[in-house]
Design a protein around this ligand. Structure first.
Ligand SMILES: Nc1ncnc2c1ncn2[C@@H]1O[C@H](COP(=O)(O)OP(=O)(O)OP(=O)(O)O)[C@@H](O)[C@H]1O
Ligand SMILES: [Mg+2]
Length: 341
């Protein structure tokens, strides 16, 4: 079966005055429809650049994809033309960005923004509006407005029709986040990438938005990459989790396996750093030591300088990710040997 998203050994460099920072050093991740992957890790480890790479939204330069593939339904997005990328972004890949200023334009009414996104998506697939192909401009606009109202209703915005005429500042933080979910899903994408979608919200609103995301994913049979600092978020909604460290994925697999039986020393350290070990409530804490400089990153495992299990071979070459159990991958020679012994 062709995977919805299959990132294979992706290497990404950022060029700057100081040199080449290898911000992604060979990450691999496979997402199927129905799966919600939590992408977790400390700040600066490459979560957002991974999400942005899938839609090829990083400016190049400074970004350069030096190796690997990003297969969306079997085709490498890195080899697509810009016109093909517009179709992908408009119709097949929904995004909620970390930076709130890039999400809703404060100068336009919510309705205008939703209708624009619906009309743009319908340029790639006219069935989205539910009007016959060749329908006139005003019929399409009416249909797009109807779709906007229905999406706002689906994400739980009361009095949706009237609220189309409001501006973003007239919505609460939680309601704005619901609008963003509606906007990301209005083109019926197969894949949703949501970068810290609930970080700015208080805990009860966060829980509502997460429940909403979960139900929409089930209703639309989507695959999701949910980027977050918060393991509580992961345990509430994710089916799978990938743990990033300094541009690498150190461990990935089904949520219960990774959170309950973590094998990589970094995953173990992260989980230990949560107060009272309450994964359901805990946010990721920083660990002692610091993340390596990615410009002159040493050749071996990027976690080696902070790792309690470090061995000489860890410093010589980057570890390859090994499958330990179905879907459970760990990039650490020490733990995989221990398991196979
Ligand atoms: N446009 C850019 N130009 C140069 N370097 C960048 C750019 N965007 C990100 N980086 C670098 O890439 C690395 C990964 O950044 P990224 O934003 O993906 O981290 P993150 O895991 O999303 O962190 P956070 O949790 O803070 O959002 C960092 O070292 C960052 O400085
Ligand atoms: Mg980020």
């Amino acid at each position: 079966m062709t995977a919805l998203l299959d990132i294979r050994n992706l290497h990404l460099s950022m060029h700057s005055f100081d040199g080449e920072a290898r911000v992604l050093a060979g990450i691999s991740l496979t997402v199927q429809r129905g799966e919600i992957w939590g992408l977790v890790g400390e700040t600066g480890c490459g979560k957002s650049v991974t999400g942005l790479s899938v839609s090829r939204l990083l400016r190049s330069p400074p970004a350069e994809y030096t190796q690997g593939q990003i297969l969306f339904e079997g085709t490498d997005v890195l080899t697509r033309t810009e016109a093909q990328m517009l179709t992908l972004r408009g119709r097949h890949i929904g995004m909620i960005f970390q930076d709130p200023t890039t999400n809703l334009n404060p100068s336009f009414r919510i309705g205008t923004q939703l209708i624009d996104v619906a009309l743009a998506a319908a340029r790639h697939d006219s069935a989205i509006l539910g009007v016959p192909t060749g329908a006139g401009r005003s019929a399409r606009r009416v249909a797009a407005r109807r779709l906007a109202v229905s999406m706002l209703e689906q994400v739980g915005i009361p009095d949706a029709e009237a609220r189309l005429d409001d501006y973003p500042h007239q919505f609460s933080g939680g309601m704005r986040q619901r609008v963003l979910v509606a906007m990301a899903l209005i083109g019926r994408p197969g894949l949703l990438i949501a970068d810290e979608p609930t970080t700015a919200l208080d805990v009860s609103v966060q829980a509502q938005i997460l429940a909403l995301l979960k139900s929409m994913v089930a209703a639309y049979d989507m695959g999701v990459v949910l980027i977050t600092h918060n393991l509580g978020v992961v345990s509430q909604v994710c089916t799978h989790v990938a743990v990033m460290y300094a541009g690498t994925i150190v461990e990935s697999g089904p949520r219960e396996t990774v959170l309950d039986q973590p094998l990589h020393p970094y995953t173990q350290a992260l989980l230990r750093a949560i107060p009272s070990r309450d994964v359901a409530r805990g946010a990721l804490q920083g660990l002692p030591g610091s993340v390596p400089d990615l410009i002159n990153a040493p050749p071996g495992c990027r976690f080696a300088p902070r790792c309690p299990l470090v061995r000489p071979e860890c410093l010589a070459a980057a570890p390859t990710s090994r499958q330990i159990a179905p879907q459970h991958h760990v990039a650490c020679p020490v733990v995989s040997e221990a398991r196979h012994a």
